[in-house]
Design a protein around this ligand. Sequence first.
Ligand code: SF4
Ligand code: SF4
Length: 445
Amino acid sequence: MENFLQLMFWLTGLSICLLLLWMAISSRHEKQPRAVIISLLLLVCTAATWFGFYSLFHDTLILLMAPTALLLLVGLLFFAPLGRRTELRTGDITSRVDERDVMFAREEYEPGTDKYDAYYAMRPQLKAVDDKIRRLPPLLKPGGRFYDADVSEKVTAIFEEIKGLTTRVDGDVASEQASVDPANMTAEIKERLRAGGAAEVGVARLNPMYVYSHVGRGPEPWGEPIVNSHRFAVVFTLEMDYDKVHQAPRLPTVEESAERYLAGARLSIDLADHIRQMGYPARAHISDSNYQIMLPPVAVDAGLGELGRLGYLISPRHGARIRLGAVTTDLPLLSDRPISFGVRDFCERCLKCAVNCPSAAIPGDGPVDVRGAEKWPTNVEQCVRYWRVVGSDCGLCMKVCPYSHPPTFLHNLVRAGISRSAFARTIAVWADDLFYGRKLPVDHI
Ligand code: SF4
Ligand code: SF4
């Protein structure tokens, strides 16, 4: 028995040291120097603790086993289903959003145009704040803090290419309708999107309250009512490159956003074409100017993740480090259910995006009721103002979010814990601050 306990003692110490060494190596791959140093320091402390305990208590087994017992207890609490895990209440959404009010649409209203006059006659309270934003250099143009002519030119070309696709989002439907089995068709569509590069795919019954009420951008006439009565939305995520996101708020992040948007546009246009050829209506919703639906809440309904404090969808595997694409359709499909993995509770403890947002656009308090659903409302004017200051789409909130770590074995282990245990959520917030820092160094902003 004595030998067995001593073996357990040394095996536990060795396992922790190996785990910390693994963390140091994978943190080096992730270009996280602070995490490398902390892992190595903890490794030395663990080794010293184990040798110290052995030299002091090798005759007193009960004391010798104290660190092992403590670790086992922490491990148990980390993965046990402990504490409350509530989701943001989606409730009964009471009204639709007018796309003309979306910040990206408002940025396009140029003084002296009919659109400008019509919009600010309708929303005079927004004129002063929008005019102030318009006076700052536009995105990807000279004057932004991180402006880089080469990258800006490349990104502008990608957005132009996406704009060129906006007329291909819908089209004629084949006159003959194929008979389909909803389960098989859903599986086939998911497989098709995954083969094309989507990370995760889900299907939602389209809530009409998530369809914008009036056209604010894109080739359709501005201000025209939007009619989209499709029954389903097929939504997918595209993972953004970890290294590029880590360069936020510099231009590689906006370059990566643009590339994912283009990939998403191609995928969704291809899928919508395919569905129409089977004789069912389908419309792709693509970035820049062509959404008829609000993607994040529809993605929640499609079981792809939960809404986080930063206002983006948080997916279980890639966190906020994703872009979304969607196709709405009447093709008979099986819908998924929303999922819950502790995001609300984690966000209530974490606040890292709010602490690091340079424009204070992310609220630091609890979620509030917006049109009948709970959310953390981002101050979009403040956010876009900062985009223009730096000349990119910022992305600092996405970069610091603990859910954005790459889906390695170690990070997935933490994800597994925080999806189950309130204890794990508390420890993970604390550990993320310890390993990666609570606040970004000022030269990152
Ligand atoms: S993108 Fe930047 S400015 Fe906007 S909310 Fe995120 S951190 Fe704040
Ligand atoms: S940084 Fe923290 S508070 Fe913000 S969305 Fe991510 S987990 Fe939630």
